[in-house]
Design a protein around this ligand. Sequence first.
Ligand code: CR1
Length: 820
Amino acid sequence: MISKQFDKETFKESVKSNVRSLYRKTIDEATPQQIFQAVSYAVKDVIIDNWLKSQKQFDKEDPKIVYYLSMEFLMGRALGNNLLNLTAYGEVKEALEELGFDLNAIEDEEPDPALGNGGLGRLAACFLDSLATLGYCAYGCGIRYHYGMFKQEIKDGYQIEVPDAWLKDGYPFELRRPEYAKEVKFGGHVRVVYDPSTGRNEFVQEDYQSVRAIPYDLPIVGYNNQIVNTLRIWDSEAINDFQLDSFDKGDYRKAVEQENLARNIVEVLYPNDNHYAGKELRLKQQYFFISASIQAAVEKFKKKHGDIHELPSKVTFQLNDTHPTVTVAELMRILVDEEKLSWEDAWDITTRTCAYTNHTIMAEALEKWPIELFSRLLPRIYQIVEEINRRFLIQIQQMYPGNQEKIKKMAIIYDGQVKMAHLAIAGSYSVNGVARLHTEILKNKELKDFYEMMPQKFNNKTNGITQRRFLLHGNPLLADWVTKHIGRDWITDLSQISKLKIYADDEKAQQEFMNIKYQNKLRLAKYIQEHNGIEVDPRSIFDVQVKRLHEYKRQLLNILHVMYLYNKMKEHPELDFYPRTFIFGAKASAGYHRAKLIIKLINSVADVVNNDASIKGKLKVVFIENYRVSNAEIIFAAADVSEQISTASKEASGTGNMKFMLNGALTIGTMDGANVEIVEEVGADNAFIFGLSSDEVINFEQNGGYDPNFYFNTDPDIRNVLMQLINGTFSPKDPERFRDLYNSLLNTKSSDKPDTYFTLADFKSYAKAQEQVEAAYRDQRGWAKSAILNTASSGKFSSDRTIQEYVDEIWHLDKVVVED
Ligand code: CR1
């Protein structure tokens, strides 16, 4: 298909000439990294043609645009994905072979642009892929962090964070666009000037510091449709050269400060997942990229449209969690201060242009900025938030006269803090959760007051993932098999994959499916051997938990269960255990000590278990270093069992769960997040569900009554495992090492709350579900059937479906077709 635009010989020439002009080398002399660069520039050349064409078509049709505003875009490598979406992968692979190169090896030279932490950032990346593929005009707006997510090394079982200088060799797919630079102002104070000619007060920010925001554009290639959208990430530069006015000239101190500000602002991504740290620099990052993005969007709108009142019909700003919420106030600032609209007009436009997605109910993730910090850093924005709050409180009082509780719970500014979620809800026309259960919890509990006051804003959009990266690219063997059976349509319409259901009982299909899984397990085993030096048995059950490390995700429950299994094996060597390999991958936030201790525990258990000859290799534990998008693709493809074991109600959706399902893994999980919908699609017979329900958890939270000591005192297996945390079984040199984990589960100190993740309450039902996993796996045909049904039932979880729902119910975008 691509062959229209793509000619093998021209491509080869282009690679050679890139090597020559970039490095003054021939392709025989170039390093693998240089070959990667040269190939990528050749691919970018092809992309640029489509990028220009798309831009032209957008200009012509003037479709409504969504700006997806996000602090994080976890893109993963671009080269392979771009080639696939250009449908040129096969041809380029051949062309490179003819030049003597292996495309896979070249792909491995690409740094993994890790401008995100976990699910939230990866979701943004999947959404961009789907938007381009479905033919909608969309911009991702974010930050060009010089250091993205840290590289994780494991030393002596501990996580070490190593900075990841992803830009050090230059990133071939980005395009610097200095002509679109914007100035962003911080600090100073606001002078109010009455303008008699208009009768209005003007608000002038003075004595501020500013930086220049420079956009870098990355192409987002749609699948086989010639559409190329843009991910625009902002870098910052000092503005000193032209900014200092006569008053400031010679103010050396200020010049240096501005230079530092510019340098610091985009330096590094905060490595927190589901956790708010309240750092001043983080608020600077937020306002920095939002101010630049909103200025640029309004400017672009005005180029085509005379009347700013039309903004809501042409633009939506989608806020990816509360991180970009200053959008509401920044848009108000532009409309009131610069466009000179009345407050009422501006508010009407703003609240028809902004929409907010909530991604978590974890209390520690809620963004609340101290007034002192917020108003010092963003004085004009703070004034606007105050006015939004004042008017919002009046509205609350009109609805609930005399109800002070409502004010206390719903105010945007309260108790010395600016509450970003409240601002986001007040300023948006849509508020959505990311899975059905999550949205219900928002409506009935977390955001109940807001839901009662404005029910029309609330809606659900269950997350999804792109099958193009997580099946077509990550699992080529299975992708080919699927295509052989049902044709290629699943690539852009995953609902088609249900056509595989008729093969679930077919013995030949089952064998082929399991054989592909086996090949993928071999590939992962090789990766593990090369990266961890551990030999794993590809015939064992690959039981995988990969995701950020967080107590609510309960990696601890998983490893405690491994300890329990190990104890059982040692006690009953006569019992017949099916060989199992427990695979973990997880980064812990750098300051999250307990999470890091859990990593150490996993590695300590691995050391003991993997080296105990008496269990005859039937149990292996592997911690994969530096889990990230690129190795995730290999891991999902190889998994038999998908661990989705969060405390019910805590995981808003999860998206890894969907990637496993797509690749034919069976879920062991709690009824949490999107697991609920996964089980609904595939049927409870093809998953292993255990544990407290979200209602039971919420009930414990509200009414108390959870007593971990009960389990400790009455269940010898549990007691034994817990005692092993403090008796040196897995840490002979320092038996006290895991005391904190022991305490966290039992809260022996009376002042502590009992374990808020209810680990021991779920332990036994988890162990039982794991027994069912083992029994089910022994029936190879039965397992194959379930595995096929998982893949075949994953249609709903395409981000194409999610995006179409956002378009139909929130964004109302126009579809664009780019002709040849
Ligand atoms: C949630 O924890 C969800 C992703 C994407 C995360 C996860 O369950 O799948 O968002 N939330 O919606 C998050 O990072 C800051 O919140």
